[in-house]
Design a protein around this ligand. Structure first.
Ligand code: 5GP
Ligand code: ZN
Length: 111
């Protein structure tokens, strides 16, 4: 997708601080972290958001959820929040499916 920031990151046109990459997904740190640890995990195929998850592409989403615990552990997290915003009214600003992983705050913060 020509105007998609995350497709540009995937194409190497915009640099990113990568945590993990394989054939189908990429994880990188959020440029404006909302918590001590804040990274994003995205499919390499352009899926506009959670409402575009289908039987055809949900294996990649399942894979994202297999990888997240590993990455969280590598980042030293035992407790963390996984968030996805679907639609502008819900706070989605980048229309390429992504899961925020937020952690590292103490004291019961909800991020
Ligand atoms: P949303 O608001 O769509 O749920 O989340 C989009 C996230 O992408 C935001 O937290 C924002 O900081 C992050 N973001 C936007 N542009 C870039 C970028 O160019 N690089 C990185 N690493 N993160 C970005
Ligand atoms: Zn995209």
């Amino acid at each position: 997708m020509a105007d998609c920031v995350f497709c540009k990151i995937l194409a190497g046109e915009i640099p990113s601080d990568k945590l993990y990459e394989d054939e189908t997904i990429l994880a990188f740190r959020d440029i404006q972290p909302q918590a001590p640890v804040h990274f994003l995990v995205i499919p390499k195929t352009h899926i506009a958001g959670a409402s575009e998850i289908t039987e055809q592409n949900s294996q990649t989403v399942a894979h994202i959820f297999e990888v997240i615990p590993r990455l969280a552990a590598q980042e030293g997290l035992t407790d963390y929040r996984i968030v996805t915003n679907n639609g502008e009214q819900a706070g989605q600003t980048v229309h390429h499916l992504h899961f925020h992983v937020l952690g590292g705050r103490t004291g019961g913060a909800l991020y």
